[in-house]
Every structure is written in C-alpha cells, then in structure tokens.
Design a protein around this ligand. Structure first.
Ligand SMILES: Cc1cc2nc3c(=O)[nH]c(=O)nc-3n(C[C@H](O)[C@H](O)[C@H](O)COP(=O)(O)O)c2cc1C
Length: 388
C-alpha cells in the first residue's frame, strides 16, 4: 500500500505511533498539562470554525507560496521546536531538518535538543531556525545565540511561556527522566516496542547535546541536571532586550496569548509574534490560540509578522488560521506522529500531506491564492468574527 494511503491523515499517524512507541515516549508527546482541557480545547476550537465555500468564482492556479521575513517559502506552515525529540526516533531533529529543507518550509530546533545546532543547521540549510529558552547563565545564552547565528539559522524564536516547568501528570506517572529510570515498567514497555528499542539501542539513549556542552559534569545525569537548572524560569525584560541586542536577524517571541505581550515585544524590537499556548502543555486554563489570534492580529497590524501554533494538524486547520489573519502556522505533534509512525520518512510525508490537503481545501473553498484568505470566508462557528 502506498504510504499516502496507509497514513492519509495525522490521526492515522497518531494511532500508528501509539502502537510503535513505548508508553513514556508516546505520552511525552501526546500529553498536556493538568487535566488536559487546554490541549483538547485547541482542537475543538479549530474544529468549530466554519467556512462557507463559493463556487461561482474565477479559478487560477493554486498558489500557497508565502513570504516570511523577506524569504519565500513553498508552504504557509512550518515545523515547531520540540525538545527531547529523539525520544521518538534517533536523531529526530536531523530528520525534521531534512524534511524542512526538502519541503522548503521553516524548521525550528529546540534549545532542549538532542543534536548539535551546527549539525542541524547543516542539514536544514536555508530553512533552519533556532528556538531559545533563555538559560539562567547569560554566557550560555550569548553563546547559544552566537552558535545559531554562526551556523546560519535564519530566525530566532524566543520562548517565554515556560516560566516554570509544566505540570504534566502523564510524564510524572511514567517517571520520564534523562537518563531513563530503569524499572520493571520501563523494561517491559521497551520490550513490547522492539522497533523503537532496537533503533534507540543502536544510537544510544538521547541526551541534551547542544546544552550539555556547557555542563561541568558531562555524564548523562550531569548534563540533564544542568539543563533543568538552566531552563524553566521566567524570562526578564532585560533578558529579552539583551537577546534583541545580540541577535542580528529576525526575532520572534513565542508563547504570546495576550495582546499586551505582543505590543510589549514589538516595543522591544521583536518583529515576529508566535501566538501559542505551547500545545496545551503549560497553563491548562489558557484559551486556545485560534481564539485569541484575531485580537492579536488586530493589535499588531503591520508592525510585526503574526504566526500561530497549538492544535493545527491538517491543511484545513492551516487555511482557517490564515483566514483569521495569521501570516503563518506552525505544527508540532503532527510532525512527531509522522516520525513516530514512519521513522525518518515520516516528517516529509506530513509536509506533503498538509500541502495536498491545503490545496484541495482551497479549491473547495473557492480561493486560488492564500493571499485571498481573510475573515470574510469565516462563518458562524458559534462566534462572530469581525470582517477585515
Ligand atoms: C513533545 C513536545 C516538545 C516540545 N518542546 C518545545 C521546546 O523545546 N521549545 C518550545 O518552544 N516549544 C516546545 N513545544 C511546543 C511546540 O513548539 C508547539 O508550540 C506545540 O507543539 C504546538 O502544538 P501542537 O503540538 O498541537 O501542534 C513542544 C511540544 C511538544 C509536543
């Protein structure tokens, strides 16, 4: 069976990944914070949006090319940063980077990554971006920025929505840890998933390669302790300014859910706003990002580029976000499920699938170019959306 038919949706990949991954690894990706109301809301809020098609329209060839920070990308979506990605498949971030390059979409490396920035940037080329969780130590902060800049990452995303670690009951229950805690349950779990276990055994259990470099103790535990000491704290305004001074290119703030944060970041010189609730992994009471998107788009106007993530997992979702004013959409778990289900070829399949879905949905709706998408296409959905 052709892969596209075997996995014709992210839901199919999700189900297959669940069967192939050990429980702790699956739960790490799938889980949200607390009772996961926020994670589920991300999906239901997107699903509630309705669009009325128009069929009596002039048709032109479909165009989904998108200009973002002065560069044209082939599609209006990209790969969000995800830490500890190699828990799904060895060298996950390099597979994301190659898929991003092949599909010509941005692909972002997390600070909590399991490969070197330099390796990632070489694999992703012109499509590689870097995400910074500002570490406690300023020198580490500055060196990470320098490494991302020197290795050619095109944009820097500063994530502010992890002022403390997320309360993630599934990870706590599973005893998720680096290095792994060896218990009867871990061994049983791994034994039941031989495909994953053999691949992971062959390349070694993942660790924090980029950040581990700065740890005084280079054992796996030493590096993991260092990472947890350095990350998971509030980002001060001074630090946001310092990052603006150090990073010479396009600078995005990630985790914006309130118009005031968007305005404050623009005043500090940030030119990209990523509306995100971290995929429902930080504050369970947060609204869905699609709900707050229109308000933030209106406040920002043309002062910055507005992007969105959290819950987007098919081409139709992307089309809805663009119609509500987003310039671009990022997807996280969708790409992880591709990797978990299919291995290295999975992220490329997800990129192709989202693009094909988007193309068909544009034809269904009656638009030829993503530039034609605006709020006039949105109808009902239990909420009045203001027109452009
Ligand atoms: C397993 C996992 C790890 C993540 N790690 C990071 C990270 O290291 N840095 C970051 O800024 N966001 C991280 N995120 C959040 C994503 O960048 C993104 O905001 C979120 O996944 C979007 O929601 P979606 O998964 O529903 O698409 C992570 C998300 C997941 C699922």
């Amino acid at each position: 069976m052709r892969q596209a038919n075997r996995y014709p949706s992210v839901d199919h990949l999700h189900r297959a990944a669940k069967k192939r991954l050990p429980k702790f690894s699956y739960d790490y990706v799938d889980g949200g914070t607390g009772p996961e109301v926020g994670k589920n809301l991300n999906r239901s809020a997107i699903e509630a949006i309705k669009m009325a098609p128009r069929y009596v329209v002039e048709r032109k060839p479909i165009n989904m090319k998108t200009e973002l920070f002065g560069r044209t990308y082939a599609k209006p979506f990209g790969i969000a940063p995800m830490g500890l990605a190699s828990l799904q498949w060895p060298n996950a971030e390099l597979h994301f980077a190659r898929a991003g390059k092949a599909a010509d979409i941005p692909v972002t490396l997390s600070t909590a990554c399991t490969v070197d920035i330099e390796q990632f940037a070489a694999a992703g080329g012109d499509n590689a971006w870097y995400q910074l969780y500002p570490p406690k130590d300023e020198e580490v902060n500055d060196d990470l920025i320098k490494r991302a800049q020197d290795s050619g990452c095109k944009a820097l995303m500063v994530t502010v929505d992890v002022p403390a670690r997320g309360w993630r009951p599934r990870d706590m229950y599973n005893g998720l840890a680096v290095p792994p805690r060896i218990s009867a349950a871990t061994i049983w779990n791994a034994a039941m998933r031989p495909h994953w276990s053999l691949a992971t055994l062959a390349s070694g259990f993942p660790h924090f390669k980029t950040l581990g470099k700065y740890a005084p103790d280079k054992s796996m535990r030493g590096m993991a302790n260092f990472v947890s000491e350095q990350l998971g704290q509030p980002t001060s305004i001074d630090r946001l300014k310092r990052i603006r001074d150090k990073w010479k290119g396009d600078l995005i703030i990630k985790g914006v859910m309130h118009p005031d944060d968007a305005t404050a970041a623009i005043d500090l010189g940030y030119n990209g706003i990523l509306v995100s609730n971290h995929g429902g992994r930080q504050l369970d009471a947060a609204p869905s990002s699609i709900e707050v998107l229109p308000e933030i788009v209106d406040v920002v106007g043309d002062r910055a580029t507005v992007m969105v993530d959290s819950g987007f997992s098919n081409g139709l979702d992307v089309m809805k976000a663009l119609a509500l004013g987003a310039d671009f959409v990022f997807c996280g778990r969708a790409f992880m499920w591709g990797l978990g289900a299919m291995g290295p070829s999975g992220p490329g399949h997800v990129a192709d699938m989202l693009a094909s879905e988007l193309e068909l949905q544009m034809i269904q709706l009656g638009v030829s170019d993503i530039a034609e998408l605006d709020r006039s296409w949105i109808t009902g959905g239990g909420r009045e959306w203001p027109n452009n």
